[in-house]
Ligand binder design. Structure first.
Ligand SMILES: [Zn+2]
Length: 121
């Protein structure tokens, strides 16, 4: 698969994962728990609120815990509970939805990418 180089190689892995998800239509995918795109949008809303130091009353999802390359804990306001996304070999997998392409996974991918960017700068 992909080399586990430090630095840019890691984010390439995530991007490749996203590209793969977008290219091949996956008939087996269960859309009932939202899509990756929904999670990416939710992350954008959350990030925007962080920058503005705004109240998080309207956020669909909130990052509650992040352990690099291991775990992203998200508080899902719609579900009203915390959701655990495990990261195994760079691929996030949602424990709540038992899925690798639900909205929580989309959010987790964005959290990972943000972390990698901030390390480079
Ligand atoms: Zn999920």
């Amino acid at each position: 698969m992909f080399g586990r180089r430090k630095g840019a190689g890691g984010s390439y892995q995530v991007l490749a994962f996203l590209a793969r998800k977008e290219s091949g239509p996956d008939g087996m995918t269960d859309k009932s728990n939202g899509s990756l795109d929904e999670g990416i949008v939710a992350f954008g809303v959350w990030l925007n609120a962080q920058e503005k130091d705004a109240q998080d009353d309207n956020l669909p999802m909130i990052l509650s815990r992040f352990i690099k390359d291991k775990l992203v804990m998200i508080y899902d306001r719609i579900l009203g509970k915390s959701v655990k996304v495990n990261i195994v070999d760079g691929i996030p997998s949602c424990e709540e939805c038992n899925s690798t392409d639900c909205s929580h996974v989309g959010f987790a991918i964005c959290v990972e990418q943000m972390n990698k960017r901030s390390r480079i700068e």
